[in-house]
Design a protein around this ligand. Structure first.
Ligand code: NZQ
Ligand code: ZN
Length: 391
């Protein structure tokens, strides 16, 4: 196991009706003038936004609001949010929604206290300072409610890039599984896929002797395998929603990623798809992961065989472990298809003729050196082959 630091100070508030306590937690974490930041309208339609405002009013906390965050959030609204916060002397950013609203809120929070262009953080500068952020989560997926990360798309060039820093870890996150019951089945499935991707990205490691985190990841993958289909079959199953919601947070607050190198090639490759086609990140991952995993397989057959046996119930073929490994990848792919995810470029809305452009932005865009790094190192030729495997 590698040396590590683990710092995860988010205060989690979990369960039914807990969003009504938002005001109390904003106050606890020092907010007196809040930006409420949200997406395209689901929180308005569900009445959640009104409940959050009532809760702030009850604590005499002033607020301004900025809606309109799109899935795959854009830099344009971030600049708008930064200006609004400066003008209104906002001292706390409260995201109400999914990963996109949370990531946009984090970008605003970092940008408000930074003299330069906030995009510097998305070109590799670490975020050291930000306004405090709180979240009220409405979809179990990205894990942004407990992560130090934010992913934003810059309109010029459509670069989708991530930034990181403990300063943008939410001070508190309110998780009410009942809020996720209004999700369309496709969004629930995309969320389930993203959560499982966050687990696989950590499972695919070059570190030795990481039994504790291996076993934690396997437990969470088994939970997703059990609860995912229950939620698709019955969107109002609160208990299954609850298990998925907490699994989503645990999958990405890095409690099961410490002490080990991680992969993240599937995410890096997928981000170009959701940037170009504006598809759901989870749907892009469903198409990307099986191809990436098959490409990586020969690097460490036993790692893929282990997850095949322990999670997907495959029989270990000791003479041909690559057969077991492949069976595990197929089982995962079939699972994703069974919950309604796309299986190839066509179903995702991607086009084969765009592959050269995708590879160019992926490997060369915004200062990259021609390679992308993870479980293995991939060059442009490798990435071309991987995208072709998805067709
Ligand atoms: O915008 P509204 O109207 O709210 O609708 C959203 C949106 O259309 C809808 N939705 C959310 N909660 C709902 C709901 N509809 C009905 N009922 C509800 N309760 O679902 C759609 C998707 O929302 P979004 O916030 O985009 O989903 P998600 O949480 O999957 O976030 C995806 C973004 O997170 C990034 C992805 O790249 C993508 O941009 N990621 C962020 C990470 C992080 N910060 O740590 C890590 C992830 O790997 C990921 O890359
Ligand atoms: Zn993800």
């Amino acid at each position: 196991m590698n040396n590590f630091d683990f710092y995860s100070p988010t205060y989690f508030v979990f369960g039914k009706d807990r969003e009504n306590e938002a005001g109390k937690y904003v106050k606890m974490f020092g907010g007196s003038k809040v930006l409420i930041h949200y997406g395209g309208g689901s929180v308005v339609r569900s009445g959640l936004l009104d409940r959050v405002k009532a809760s702030l009013n009850a604590e005499n906390i002033a607020f301004v609001e900025l809606g309109g965050v799109k899935p795959n959030p854009r830099s344009g609204l971030v600049y708008e949010g930064i200006d609004l916060c400066k003008r209104e002397k906002v001292d706390f950013v409260l995201a109400v929604g999914g990963g996109s609203s949370i990531d946009s809120a984090k970008a605003i929070a970092a940008g408000v206290v930074y003299d330069g262009d906030f995009w510097d953080f998305y070109r590799g500068k670490r975020i050291e300072e930000a306004l405090p952020v709180g979240t009220i989560l409405t979809i179990a997926a990205a894990g942004s409610e407990g992560s130090p990360d934010s992913v934003i798309t810059k309109e010029e060039g459509m670069f989708k890039r991530g930034a990181s820093g403990d300063a943008i870890r939410p001070r508190f996150s309110i998780l009410n599984p009942a809020l996720t019951q209004t999700l369309p089945a496709f969004q629930s499935a995309a969320g389930i896929t993203d959560i499982m991707a966050h687990l696989y990205e950590r499972y695919l490691t070059n570190s030795e002797e990481v039994e504790v985190t291996d076993r934690m990841i396997e437990a969470l993958l088994l939970t997703m395998k059990h609860e995912g289909p229950r939620v698709i079959a019955d969107p109002n199953n609160y208990e299954a929603r609850a298990n998925i919601m907490w699994a989503g947070t645990m999958a990405h607050n890095n409690s099961c990623g410490v002490g080990r190198s991680q992969d993240w090639l599937s995410h890096t490759i997928e981000h170009e798809l959701s940037a170009l086609y504006d598809c759901a990140h989870g749907a892009g991952l469903a198409v990307t992961m099986p191809a990436v995993f098959k490409y990586e397989l020969s690097h460490n057959v036993m790692r893929f065989a282990q997850v095949a046996v322990r999670v997907w119930g495959c029989q270990m073929d000791f003479a041909h472990p690559e057969v077991t490994a492949l069976e595990g990848i197929e089982a995962f792919r079939n699972f994703l298809i069974s919950i309604g995810m796309p299986k190839n470029f066509e179903e995702l809305g991607a086009k084969e003729e765009d592959i050269p452009a995708l590879v160019n932005v992926l490997c060369r865009g915004d200062g990259r050196d021609g390679n992308i790094y993870g479980f293995i190192t991939l060059n442009e030729e490798d990435c071309t082959k991987i995208y072709k495997m998805m067709v």
